[in-house]
Design a protein around this ligand. Structure first.
Ligand code: ADP
Length: 594
């Protein structure tokens, strides 16, 4: 799988555009702006109140030495009480900031996830043809998790560190101008180092992420098709492939670690060097009585605070960059074009006259290949039409277009004389039922699975549908009946049983138009008969388009349409078509290629 396919490799730069992008996520915070403001205020106080500690610690020393420098704090008890007050205040504010930010963050991120999921539900099939589901899944999980982390921790930290840095430096200047200027000599060195190392580290950590994404793809793909891996006995091959990819991750990560390690040790050395320098110069100033011992201690403590903030800012920068990348990926989904609004506009019951008029179509992912090259097909209300033709001829495509999964390139598909485009999409689809070749059941009970055809159906209606679908008997033979769990973690139903569940679903949906995709693999005779009977009941009074693979179905159809290379070659009843000995239908039947 090429890197491009993971669709997430756009470099995320923390430039102006990046910040702007991050801001767009703030719209999810807007509904909670009151609580957010309380959080910000708490954050501000929890950070700034702490800045009193170094000053008060210095004062403690100076008071003990008999030269207090702060008015009203003239004995040790008073200074001690002030220190305690600072601690109590900061604990109250810290609690408040964590709590209020959590309220905003949890709500906003749940809203974002809901918005994403709603978008997923409304995106067209063409979107899913182009994007891998595993990759899409990660947007609603890990990308939102990155944003959640950013808004709960990173931004608060940024604010805290910047406040500490700015206020800390201001306090330093008020304590001693000369010593502050001396301390700030280290700043240019720190900034230049951060810029140079930052560039390398950024590039390498993105490389690590990309390499990691590649390994994740292997896991995702092989777990999804574990049966294939086992069939080919390729377990060892896959483990080796995965291990090689992991090795690649390690290689890049270690290179990044070399730069990071060098950067961190350099920063620590410079910061410590700065502090030692301040102590050295400061003690000299104490000896010349330019500064008190207490003030020097305060000064050193502030310098440590500031050093911590500068160190922290590097990490914050990296995290914000990650968040910009996550925002990009989340916004890409939110801005993708939906095929519809999730609304519930009803379309009154259709009669079910279908008319394909010179339909030309190619799939959006393969624009260069015309799959349907001018299909004309008339199906009257209540008719059964069997669609036959070699595999790849476009039968399923016609079924998909009838469900409006894709927009056609030219021509029109009319239902009861009106273009399908002119119906509300969701309302229209409520009138089209499908019994697919391979029935997929959701994890849940049999009842829930049948009810998927109409979530509002009553238990009686579900039982009735199951009876009509010849499914009641086998359902009731399970000890838990309709409550029997099916799907990935439930009982395994046979192919015939799954089909009858799908038929019951379709009966509950009660559509005017039916699409049946006959299973190519044969069921046992008894099961086959039960399914056939159930299908007969289902088709009663509906217009049916059948992608047929059984001669019996084809013979019984009102019309047979032979599809060949994207065009309807012949149309008629079995006997009529058979008369043309050199006809396409005749050939299909002889070669049994339907
Ligand atoms: P049939 O049902 O007759 O076997 P299909 O309608 O499935 O034929 O396929 C017709 C052609 O369209 C084939 O060439 C197939 O590869 C192509 N095709 C089918 N589905 C897609 C898709 N989602 N994206 C791109 N091409 C597709």
């Amino acid at each position: 799988m090429s890197r491009k396919d993971t669709g997430e490799k756009k470099a995320a730069r923390l430039d102006k555009k990046g910040i702007k992008k991050l801001r767009s996520i703030f719209r999810f915070m807007l509904p909670y702006k009151g609580t957010f403001t309380v959080g910000i205020i708490s954050l501000f106080f929890s950070s700034t109140v702490l800045l009193a500690l170094p000053r008060l610690t210095g004062e403690l020393l100076d008071t003990a030495l008999g030269n207090s420098t702060i008015p009203y704090l003239e004995n040790l008890t008073q200074v001690g009480l002030a220190l305690m007050a600072v601690l109590v205040l900061q604990s109250i504010f810290s609690f408040a900031r964590v709590y209020f930010f959590a309220i905003v963050n949890e709500n906003a991120m749940a809203d974002l996830r809901r918005a994403l999921y709603e978008k997923f539900m409304s995106l067209p099939m063409s979107f899913y043809d182009k994007n891998r589901s595993g990759e899409l899944f990660s947007r609603i999980t890990s990308d939102v998790a990155v944003l959640q982390d950013t808004f709960s921790t990173t931004l608060a930290e940024l604010f805290r560190q910047v406040a500490t840095l700015v206020l800390g430096i201001i306090i330093l200047f008020t304590l001693n101008f000369k010593l502050t200027m001396f301390m700030m000599l280290t700043f240019p060195i720190l900034i230049i180092a951060a810029i140079i190392f930052g560039k390398f580290i950024r590039k390498l950590s993105k490389g690590t992420q990309d390499a990691l994404a590649d390994t994740n793809i292997i896991v995702e793909e092989t777990l999804q098709s574990i049966a294939t891996v086992k069939t080919f006995a390729n377990e060892h091959f896959e483990v080796t492939r995965y291990a090689n990819n992991l090795f690649n991750v390690i290689k890049i990560a270690l290179k990044a670690a070399t730069y990071k390690g060098a950067f961190i040790s350099f920063i620590i050395t410079v910061l410590m060097g700065g502090i030692i320098g301040v102590l050295w110069y400061g003690t000299y100033m104490v000896s010349t009585e330019e500064i008190t011992v207490g003030n020097l201690i305060s000064f050193v403590l502030y310098t440590m605070f500031i050093g911590g903030s500068i160190g922290g800012l590097g990490d914050i920068y990296g995290n914000i960059q990650k968040a910009v990348g996550a925002t990009d990926r989340v916004e890409e989904i939110l801005n993708a074009e939906s095929e519809h609004q999730i609304d519930k506009e009803n379309v009154p019951r259709l009669q079910g006259n279908i008319s394909f008029k010179n339909v030309i179509f190619s799939y959006p992912t393969r624009k260069e290949i015309e799959v349907l090259k001018g299909v004309d097909l008339e199906i009257n209300q209540g008719e059964r039409v069997a669609l036959v033709g070699k595999s790849g001829g476009g039968k399923s495509t016609i079924a998909q277009l009838l469900q409006r999964f894709y927009a056609i390139d030219s021509g029109d598909i009319l239902i009861d004389g009106k273009s399908t485009q002119d119906y509300n999409l969701i309302g229209y689809r409520k009138h089209v039922g499908v019994v697919p070749q391979e029935v997929l059941l959701f994890g849940g009970s049999i009842e829930e699975n049948i009810k998927y055809g109409n979530p509002e159906a009553s238990k009686e209606e579900v039982i009735d549908a199951a009876r009509k679908a010849n499914a009641l008997e086998f359902i009731e033979s399970f000890p838990e009946g309709f409550d029997t769990l099916v799907g990935e973690r439930g009982v395994k139903l046979s192919g015939g049983q799954r089909q009858r569940i799908a038929i019951a679903r379709a009966i509950l949906k009660d559509p005017a138009i039916l699409i049946l995709d006959e299973a190519t693999s044969a069921l046992d005779i008894e099961s086959e008969k039960l399914v056939q009977d159930a299908l007969e009941t289902l088709m009663e009074g509906r217009t049916s388009l059948i992608i047929a693979h059984r001669l019996s179905t084809i013979r019984n159809a009102d019309k047979i349409a032979v599809l060949e290379s994207g065009k309807i070659k012949e149309i008629g009843k079995h006997d009529e078509l058979m008369q043309n000995e050199s006809g396409a239908y005749n050939k299909l039947i002889q070669l049994q290629e339907f």
